[in-house]
Structure formats: C-alpha cells, structure tokens
Design a protein around this ligand. Structure first.
Ligand code: ATP
Length: 949
C-alpha cells in the first residue's frame, strides 16, 4: 500500500517525491539516510539467504569420518570400555564443535561476501551517484537503473528511456514489459498493469530509467511472496567432494581392516580384539582434515576480500590455481578506464588535439602547437554538430563540473566532458532539444543513436556515434557548410579508415560521429514507431573523435608475472584492432622479439585477430591454429564464448572477465568467471569472483593466492594422511604380536591414536595451511592434475612406511631387545598392570617417538623436494618464519609427557607406563626419521626432473 490509502502507481511523480520527502534530481540528503535506515530496516528479504545454524550443525555429524568415530564409540560402550568410549564421545563433540564454529563463520563470511558482491543499487543522494549494496536502499532513494540491473526495491518510475523489464518471476508474464511514467488512474490495477512501477528482483532487459524507491525489504511485492528467491549455489568444491568420497573409501578400508583383525584372531569376539578393530578404524581416519580445510579456505576467502577480490563460490579458490589462460577485457581492467577525448579529425583537415586531462571540463584545441579559437572552430557546422552529438547522444551526467562529480560509462563521460569544454554540455540543450528515444550502445552493435526533437519544429535530429560500422550508414558529408552526397563510397571509406588506423595506432579508441534529419511525413510513420534501422541510415558523416585510456601502471608487471607463471593472457576487447594492438604492446601481452628465457611462451604466430576473422573460422580451423590469438579486437560476447570453448577443447583452464549483461554466458562457461564490481548484476551472478577494483593485477593476485592455498592444502593433506598410513602399518603388522592367550596386543591404544591425530597432528597441519606463499608459487606452471597427484600419493606412502617401520622397530627393541619379551595377558585393557609393564612402557616410547616424528614431519612437508637444510626447503633461516608452526611444534613436543607420567591417566586411559632408559630410543628414532626423510628427498631430487606436483 502506498500513502493516504492509495497505491503508489496512482500518484503523479511530484506527489510521490513530496510524500517521500525526496528530490527528483538530487535524491535524498545523505544525512537523512541513517535515520531512514533505522526506521525501515535493511532492504532484504528475511530468510532469503542467511546461514541456517542447525543445518551446519547437522552437517558435522553426517560426514563419513564422524560416522566411523560414532560407530567406534558405540562399540567401545558395548564392550564396556567406558574410558575409551568417553574419549571418543569427547573427540566427536570437540570435532563437531570446532567444525561447527568454523563452518558457521565461513558460511557467514561467504554470505556477507555474496551480499557485497551482488546485487548493488545505483542511488543518487545529494546529487551524486553512488553504487551501494542493495540492503542500504531506503524508501525515497532515487534509483538509477540500466539494462542488466536487478531492481533493488519497488520503485515508482520518474524517467524512462526504452525501458523493458522482465517481470516473469512476479507476474508470470514471459515477455519483457515496456514501462512508462504516466500515473495510472485505476488504484487497484493488477501488478502487471502498473506500468509506471518496477519491482524488486525483476531485471531490466532494455533501456534505462530512474525511479523513487517506494517500498523496501519485506514490504516489497517480492517480500510479500514468502517463497525464497535466493539462488542456491552449491558451496562444496570438487576437492571437498573428493575428500568426502575419500571418507567413504576410508570407511570401507576400516571395515576391511576390522575383518582382518578378527580373521587373524580366529574370529574370537573378545573385548580386547574388538578394541583392536576399533583402534584400526580410528587410525585410518584423518580426524582433523575437514576442520583444517574449512578453516584454511575461510581464511583464504577473507584474505582475498581484503585485496579486492570477493569470492562468491568456494570452488573458485580451487579453480584459480589451475588457471592456464586469462581472457581479460581491456577497458577499465588493463587500462584505467578513465577516458579523455584527446584527438579530433574532420575530413580534409589535419588531426587536432585536445588538452585537459581526465574529467577536467576546461581545455583547448590545438593544431600541432598552436591553440585554436573555440568560436572559430564552432563556426564550422561539422565541428558544432560533432560537439552537439557528444553532448546529446550521451548517457553520462556531470552533476558538478567543478567538483568532478560525474556518473556514467567512461566513454560517455569523456564525450560529455569534451562538450563541456565548449560550454555545450547536455544541460545547455534542455530548452532547445528534447531527447526522445535512445537506441542504446551494446557490445554487439557497437554504436549508439539518440533521436531528438528540435523544440518548436517538426524536424527530428539523429545523432549517432560508434565504431567504423557507422561509416556504412553514411551517404553524405558536409563540404563548405552544406551537405553533399558521397560520390565514391569506396574512396570515402578508404580515406576515413586510413585515418582511423592512424589514430588507433596511437592507442586511441576511435568513434565515428554522424548526424541526420528526418520528419514524420518523410519517414511515413509516427516518430514513436521509428525503429533503429529507420534512423541509422542515410546519415551525414561528421568526423572522428579519438579517446585516450591509459594502461594501469600495474598491468605490465601483472602480465609479466603471468608469463613467468605459465599463464597466457588474452585481451578480448571491443576496440579497433590497432588500438588493441597498441595497448597490448604497452602492457606486455604482445612482446618484442623473444629473448632466450622467454622463448617457450613468446608467440610465433599471428597474435592479433578481429572477432570477424575468428568467428569466420570453423571449430576445426580454430583447433588447427598453432596458438589461439592473444588479442581479439572488435570482440562481441558471442566471440568470448567461442574463445572459451576453443580453450576447453585444448584442455586449458580459463578465467574470463566480463561486466555486461551479454557477458553472462561466457562468464558461466569459463572455469573462473570474474565479474567487475561496477558491472551488471547479471554478470556478477554468473561469476565465481567479483573484483571490487576492476583491476587486472587483482586477478593475478587472486591466482597467486589460489596457488598458495592449494599448495598449502597439499602440504597438510600429506602431513595428516602419511600419519594415518604410518599408524595403520603399525597396527596391521602389530597383529602378529600375540599374548599368552593367543590374542593380538595393540602397539598403539585407541586413545593414543586419537591423541596423535587430534592433538599432535592437527595444529601443525593448520600451521601448514597458513604458510606464506613461497617464491616459487608464481614461477611454476599451473597445477592442473587435481589434489591427489602421483607424487603426493607416493609421498604419503613413503613417509607412512618410514614412520611405521621406525615405530615397529622401537616396539620390538623395547619389548624384545631391551625388555623381557613378555607380551603379558589382556594388555589391551588395564586389568593386569604387573604383567603388562613391558608392553605399557613400549607404548609410551612409541607415543613420544610418533609425536616428535610428526612434528618434525611438519617441517618435511613444507617442501616436497628440497632438503630442510636448503633455503627453499624451509631452511634454517625459515625455521621460525611460520610462528604458528613453531608454537604448535613446541607445545606439541610437550604434549605426550602428561599421559606418560600422570598416574592412572597413563595406565587406565592410555594403557601405558612411565619410562626411563627408553628416552635413548626416542632420540635415536627421531634422528633416524630425519635422516630417512632427507635421503628420500635426495633420491627424489636425483630421479625426478619434472616440476614438483
Ligand atoms: P573492453 O572489452 O576492452 O572492455 P569495451 O568492452 O569497452 O572494451 P566496447 O565497449 O564493446 O569495448 O566498445 C567497442 C567499440 O564500440 C569501441 O571501440 C567504440 O568504437 C564503440 N563504443 C564504445 N563505447 C561506445 C559508446 N558509449 N557509444 C558508441 N560507441 C561506443
């Protein structure tokens, strides 16, 4: 409901503005906004997104690893081993609590990032245009809407230009609806008939508009429909899914091992044997893995957000590190995106230059070094019309020329600023020219036209600007002040195209400017029915405008970094081939002749193509190209999709940037879709990452961050799983050690295993997860083989075998070489302490050795190949560089002492005893482990020549 018992659509625009105390030109006052936000609350739908804590909690108990632990606990209680059952219950609850807290926080972060990333609203407050996140919109806000935008709140329209809105989700109407601003008399008109309103969450398919927000949050029409409209993006990544699958494989292995335990003990279902089976099933599970992965990913996402890259889907972290090709836009990404008209060309004259940088609305026109007089210039009708076109065929607005408050597309701003330099900005035409219809610019058509009515006359004027395709619709030029037919179209095209080339080679974006006049009688239909093809024909060519957009200073370094990291950068731009080439050379995408070091990546093929040439090739022909082009000029959104498909056929992993509505298909198709913060909502919703600063260097930072995270994940997965391999080896071979009654005695008690997996192994694993990026991260080729490469699997087995072998040796040494060889009776429980002394002492020795080996192993895992002594392998200089690692190693080293020396705790729970001379064995074993690991790495360095994976 609107106000005074009437709906908003039945009010005139001025009444709406008055009732909501806003201004139709300047919007709300910034100072009033906080009060309104307090009054109306955030503009969001309750329960739309948000994290459901119950769901997160339930998730903690429904993964394969916890299920095994739960089963183990049940079995322990069933055989009345309450101490062990209690410890297991504690581990399950502890694990679930850590997992819950971390995952809940991670989900909240992701949720917040998704909110930041989209949708956004463009609002005018105090006369300036701001892009804010949609929840900040309040009733009374003046909203600017453009094609591709998702409407942030229910709005009463106050200005429309060819507006069409897709309202299917609200009204079921499948075709877009054209909108207007006139009040609708019938107060109870159905939603679909309220043509002067747009509704929250609907999408603009055409045109642009301004409107006053009249309802926000749950008060909007979509808010009234309770059904959630949130997109349900899957949050689990392929790696997480693979790890979940791994949990089920481990579950299978633990069942198999249980069968083996019973088989070796002739299927005697004694308590002690059941406990042995439980130990083994606990030993195969990396209990800390899921929590560590969740935490490391959440930290990564948070870190990237501070560096201007918002991760919308976690999968991006994983995909980023595998990226082999980046397809980037030019404007605003590799370049500053702050454009200035710097050159003018009128046929038959020399190229003129324009002074005044950026959005400076003062400047002069020069012919070489000589300043020209503005009034002289404007006396040339071509020049005057060129400036008029810049002002009127334009969607930008300059709110305060002096304060640089401007809004709009950079090209449009450049042209508007140019018109202001002659005091001929858009507002100066308010009384003389009425803008009737806009035929908008899109990357597909590459031109824009504005139909204006000369006030007080029946004549209509057409102002057109765009790429060289505008030349095709020009059939006249102005000579000596009057229009003349072009005699030879071919000569005309040749001359102008040669000039376009000259300007493009200077790195300028070149716009062709044209003009036309029409009457309704001449056209044979009323003006409202004139279509694009009716107006964009038979135009008068006026001249060319050259626009400068300087490359960002950091782009070149970022492109160089990509080359070193084995990533090929492609520039897919809508601009002219020569403009694209000039910029590509400046930023280093196209490089000077190769020097030796770069030989492998320097293109030995034609690196620049136009979209026309590329699209003319069949799939087979594209596949036959030695390399794909590095630059595609005059690119359309459809060409971007073909490029991604071509990369995929070459088994490449591609990131693609985009901002427009039409970019959505290519962003979705790319392995990592990257939308620009200032881009359309549709583009953002189709991407995995949103760049808040639109900067190419941020993409490269994100790739390097992805690589760092992934390489760290490999490090701690190696650490955790090799521990499990070691434990399983000990327990399986340990089955051979049988006591007097013929039952196996476990070398490691279940509680000891949990202790090792949870308390000793998890903190260093976590520390490995937050390791700083090594120098190598951006010097190696992309890693495309997934998490479990052959080298990683080999390492897990090798370290597991080394650890398992040493532990078993210690077991044998303590019991047989130095001890009395007595395996006692029922030493899997704590019933015969006197008999079990030797076994218990051996277990203590093993626990300490295992603990210390694991801590040392964390340093091993810092690099897969390099020795711990070398700088690259972690090295002496870096021993203290990872503070978390240092703390977890020092605290971890102390951890086994209490369970060995505290009475009752040692015998009853850990099934072990205090030790003395066994300390000698501990020291020797840890040194032996260190030597074995170094020898293993040495062999790897000698044998393996490929890059570490
Ligand atoms: P990039 O893909 O590198 O970001 P872009 O997307 O800015 O480039 P487009 O916006 O598709 O490229 O522009 C392509 C061509 O269309 C330009 O070279 C220019 O000739 C023309 N053009 C660009 N903007 C406008 C505009 N606002 N009005 C008319 N023509 C335009």
């Amino acid at each position: 409901m609107g106000a005074n018992g009437r709906e908003w659509h039945s009010f005139a625009v001025e009444e709406v503005a008055r009732l909501l105390q806003t201004d139709v030109d300047r919007g709300l006052k910034e100072v009033e906004v906080p009060e309104l936000q307090k009054k109306f609350g955030p503009n969001e739908l309750k329960g739309q997104k948000g994290v459901n804590p119950w769901k997160v909690l339930l998730g903690q108990f429904t993964n394969g690893l916890t299920v095994i632990l739960l089963l183990a606990a049940v079995v322990s209680y069933a055989v009345q081993d309450y101490a062990e059952g209690g410890v297991l219950a504690f581990v399950i609850i502890f694990n679930a609590a850590v997992g819950f807290v971390q995952e809940y926080r991670a989900e909240k972060t992701m949720d917040a990032l998704r909110r930041m990333a989209s949708p956004t609203a463009k609002v005018i407050r105090d006369g300036g245009l701001d892009r804010i996140s949609s929840p900040g919109v309040v009733p009374g806000d003046l909203i600017v809407l453009e094609v591709g935008d998702v409407v942030p709140a229910d709005c009463r329209l106050i200005e429309v230009l060819n507006l069409e809105v897709d309202e299917a989700m609200l009204t079921g109407e499948s075709l877009p609806v054209a909108k207007s601003v006139e009040p609708i008399k019938e107060d109870q008109a159905s939603l679909g008939d309220r043509l002067n309103m747009v509704y929250s969450s609907t999408t603009l398919t055409k045109g642009r508009a301004r409107g006053i927000a009249v309802a926000t949050g749950m008060k909007t029409e979509i808010g009234k429909i309770t059904k959630s409209i949130s997109e349900t993006a899957s949050n689990s990544t392929p790696m997480q899914r693979r790890l979940n699958q791994m949990a089920y494989v481990l579950f299978g292995i633990s069942l198999l091992l249980a069968v083996i335990v019973f088989a070796v003990n002739k299927f005697k279902f004694e308590t002690t044997i059941i406990l042995y089976a439980v130990s083994l099933s606990i030993a195969v599970i990396p209990e800390g893995l899921i929590a560590v992965i969740t935490i490391v990913m959440a930290l990564g996402v948070r870190r990237m957000a501070t560096q201007q890259a918002l991760v919308r889907k976690l999968v991006a972290l994983e995909s980023l590190q595998a990226v082999t090709n980046i397809c980037s836009d030019k404007t605003g990404t590799l370049t500053e995106g702050k454009m200035t008209v710097t050159s003018i060309w009128l046929s038959g004259k020399d190229q003129l230059s324009v002074s005044g940088d950026g959005w400076n609305t003062t400047g002069h026109i020069y012919l070489r070094d000589q300043v020209l007089d503005n009034s002289d210039l404007l006396s040339d009708i071509r020049f005057r019309l060129l400036v008029e076109c810049s002002a009127l065929c334009n969607t930008a607005n300059i709110v305060e020329a002096s304060g640089g408050k401007v809004w709009g597309d950079p090209t449009e701003i450049a042209l508007q600023v140019f018109a202001y330099k002659f005091q001929m900005g858009k507002p100066t035409f308010k009384k003389t020219k009425e803008q009737l219809t806009e035929f908008p610019f899109s990357s597909d058509v590459k031109r824009m036209s504005m139909l204006c009515r000369d006030v007080g006359r029946d004549e209509f004027e057409i102002y057109t600007k765009g790429a060289e395709n505008v030349l095709r619709v020009c059939d006249r030029v102005i000579k000596n002040g009057s229009e003349v037919e072009i005699v030879s179209k071919e000569d005309f095209m040749q001359t102008v195209e040669a000039q376009i080339q000259i300007m493009a080679k200077q790195g300028l974006r070149v716009l062709v400017v044209a003009y036309g006049k029409e009457t309704e009688s001449g056209m044979g239909k009323p003006v409202m029915k004139w279509a694009r093809e009716d107006v964009e024909r038979s135009l008068v060519f006026l001249g060319l405008l050259g626009i400068r957009d300087t490359p960002r200073p950091e782009s070149k370094r970022a492109v160089d970094q990509c080359y070193r990291a084995g990533i090929i950068v492609h520039m897919l731009t809508g601009d002219h081939q020569d403009t694209a080439l000039a910029i590509a050379k400046e930023v280093g995408i196209i490089r000077p002749p190769p020097n030796r070091a770069e030989e492998s990546v320097v293109p030995l093929f034609n690196p620049v193509m136009t979209a026309q040439e590329f699209d003319a090739l069949s799939e087979e022909e594209i596949d036959d190209l030695a390399e794909l082009p590095l630059v595609i000029a005059r690119c359309t959104p459809a060409t971007k999709v073909r490029m991604i498909e071509a990369l995929h056929r070459r088994k490449k992993f591609a990131a693609m940037t985009g901002d427009g509505v039409n970019d959505a298909p290519s962003l979705k198709k790319a392995d990592v879709g990257i939308a620009m913060g200032a881009g359309s909502d549709v583009a953002k919703q189709s991407s995995e990452i949103v760049l808040t600063d639109n900067n190419f260097a941020t993409i490269v930072m994100a790739v390097s961050e992805g690589r760092r995270i992934f390489s760290n994940i490999r490090k701690f997965v190696l650490h955790l799983i090799s521990t499990n391999v070691g434990e399983v080896i000990v327990l399986i071979i340990g089955l051979a050690f049988k006591d007097r009654s013929g039952l196996s005695v476990f070398p490691l008690a279940p509680v000891q295993i949990l202790y090792l997996n949870m308390l000793t192994s998890t903190p260093p694993a976590m520390a490995l997860g937050v390791e700083a990026a090594s120098k190598e991260v951006m010097n190696l080729p992309p890693h495309t083989k997934g998490l479990f490469g052959k080298e990683l699997l080999a390492d897990m087995m090798a370290y597991g075998i080394i650890m398992g072998g040493l532990i078993l040796t210690d077991w044998v040494l303590v019991i047989y070489a130095f001890g009395d060889g007595n395996l006692g009776l029922e030493c899997n429980s704590a019933e015969n302490l006197a008999e079990c002394n030797t076994v218990f002492r051996a277990r203590s020795t093993i626990l300490i050795v295992f603990t210390w080996m694991l801590l040392l192993h964390a340093y091993n895992c810092r690099h897969v190949r390099f020795s711990l002594f070398t700088k690259d392998g972690g090295g002496a200089s870096k021993i203290f560089s990872n503070r978390l690692l240092v703390v977890s190693v020092f605290v971890g080293a102390m951890l086994p002492i209490p369970p060995v020396y505290i009475p009752t705790l040692n015998t009853e729970i850990f099934k072990q005893e205090t030790i003395s001379w066994e300390w000698g064995i501990v020291i020797v074993s840890v040194v032996a482990f260190f030597i074995c690991s170094e020898v293993y790495k040495f062999c790897k360095r000698k044998i393996m020549t490929s890059h570490p994976i």
